[in-house]
Design a protein around this ligand. Sequence first.
Ligand SMILES: *Cc1c(COP(=O)(O)O)cnc(C)c1O
Length: 228
Amino acid sequence: MIRDKLTRIRDTMEQAARRAGRDASTIKLVAVSKFVDPQRILEAVACGQLLFGENYLQEAVEKRPKVDSSTRWHFIGHLQSNKARQAVTLFDVIETVDRLKIAKALDQQAKELDKELSVLVQVNIGREPQKSGVLPQDTQALLQDIRHHTNLLVQGLMAMPPFSDNPEDSRPYFKELVILAKQLASAGLFQDNEHVELSMGMSTDFAVAIEEGATIIRVGTALFGERI
Ligand SMILES: *Cc1c(COP(=O)(O)O)cnc(C)c1O
């Protein structure tokens, strides 16, 4: 079941990459496992899926020890600064840094734990009032401030366009994130300005995201089924 779904997702990734003249092996699939129990995560691991995304710290605290130690985990939920230590301990990448306060807290904990922490900056690309993420026009200033926090490695940007059933609705937002990332890279604001990570695309729109340049896609429902 999971094996078939994973095969289908990998095929779709291949085709989208080919349409865009890209190499699919450079695109990372984050299996979003919120509300998915460890047993089903292990099923995915058995099929070769080693990268997972979680939204809730408490859930990850309980699940990660039960899952193969060769896996890597991205935090993709809303983070509070008083939970920074737990996040730095549990996760390999934090995709949702969207304000200086949280960057400071993560940097401090990373220093104390003697760790360099890879992060992405979450951009509110649809400028939706209810959504997390720094506004596109404020992103450069945030990255400039984060630079002083030397234990954080800013690998790129993450975004979630406004919800829609039609994947084509996401395309202009993906394009906008790519343009923003290029501007910030030319200002030298990422860890590696030649290889900027773009985490964009979920179950419904990941093929479009890959066509537009996603290097990380975050897929839950298409792999594990509807969340209840
Ligand atoms: C839940 C979630 C996903 C996965 O969404 P699906 O539509 O189930 O693929 C991706 N990114 C974030 C930030 C999420 O919260």
